[in-house]
Write a protein that binds this ligand. Sequence first.
Ligand code: GLU
Length: 472
Amino acid sequence: MSKQNISFYESVNLNFDKASKLVDLPKGLLEQIKVCNAVYQMKFPVKVGNQIKVIEAYRVQHSHHRLPTKGGIRYSTHVDQDEVMALAALMTYKCAIVDVPFGGAKGGVKINPTKFTERQLESITRRYTTELVRKNFIGPGIDVPAPDYGTGPREMAWILDTYNTFKNGEIDSAGCVTGKPVNQNGINGRNEATGRGVYYGIREVLSYEKDMREIGLDPGTAGKTMVIQGLGNVGSFAGLISQEEGDIKVIAVSEFEGAIYSEKGLNVQKLIKFRKNTGSIIGFPGSVSLPNRDVALELECDILVPAALENVITKENAPRIKAKIIAEAANGPIAYEAEDILLKKGIIIIPDMYVNAGGVTVSYFEWLKNLSHTRFGRIEKRFNQNTYTNLVGLIEKMTGKVISEREKLILTKGADEIDLVRSGLEETMVEAYNQIRLVAKRKKKVQDLRTAAFINALNKVGNDYLNLGVFP
Ligand code: GLU
């Protein structure tokens, strides 16, 4: 991460202040929305080899205007109170923007997960969960964690199992955490959800001909060039899906070990395999290595996708950014002071609180699945299939033409869980962008999508508070 003067949490709050001047809500209410409602810092011991290590961890609940609160748990050495507070606040706004009925929260454990064995990570995760249970900071109607940077389905399964040992018999306990493995109360499509949502967001922005012409681009995704910073879960799926479904050309990727470039485009699927086998992206056939990983951000491209951590675009490197569009797949990759520099260059910034909201959207579907105790599609799939089969038969009879078996299979398919999850995610991302764009176009003083997204979020959260009757 580059050096910066303003902290991440201050950055989020400065963006909040910019937007709050443009909404018609009481001052005290805005102050209530801005602050973090509950901050829990914990320290607990874990045995590592024959040593005892003190682990520092957090859970922050930013807003209780809707319950449960929701947000991932991050395992990283950068974790501190400021970062977790910033991320929790972003979760509140993110949920509001995509109409996911939760308050915002976030957790963090200050460790480098690659330095621990699986067994040690399990003890840390179980102990962290125990601390949350003890303080009533977790539960399907209270606060629901999920994966974030450095965590995944494995950790979520440990969290559920630990929760269950305390809450034996609680009928909705599976909803105490999302992002679980599919065979352990998870949902199909959660793993790819953030990256897929990033693609849907980019596709939607690129679909507006007039907006694209203003920045010198043709509308549509096909043939556009993309640079990805960070090939973790979000960056990988965003790249893969952009390439496969949008025909976007991924020309450069950067990671810890360096950055690679190919004018013809990198095959993301093969690159992910290559990195898994060799431990590095460097040396990927058909690519050239760039002098260092930071220059990838400064390459000429249509879409830049920072998909790792916060504050990677600062006032130092912002003047050198040449992308036409930046899609914030990570949370907070653009420092507050860099924003104006980028906007003045005419760059469209698709803000984190919208474009990476696919993860929490599908988490919401998983939570609904857990509370309903049935998988999506189970009830209606066969019924729909039979109806479509009857219709196809009728068409054949009426026209006297024979529809091929292959076509019949496509036409009569009932929706599986994955189809419904993807469809729900697509609908969510399209609808949310249209709401944001409307504000950006209608409000004279709004020049950028982040401010527009904030305005939407503040109005929704503000109205919830007013409806709760807390504010007269
Ligand atoms: N950690 C993800 C985020 O920052 C997902 C949160 C969730 O699914 O609750 O949005």
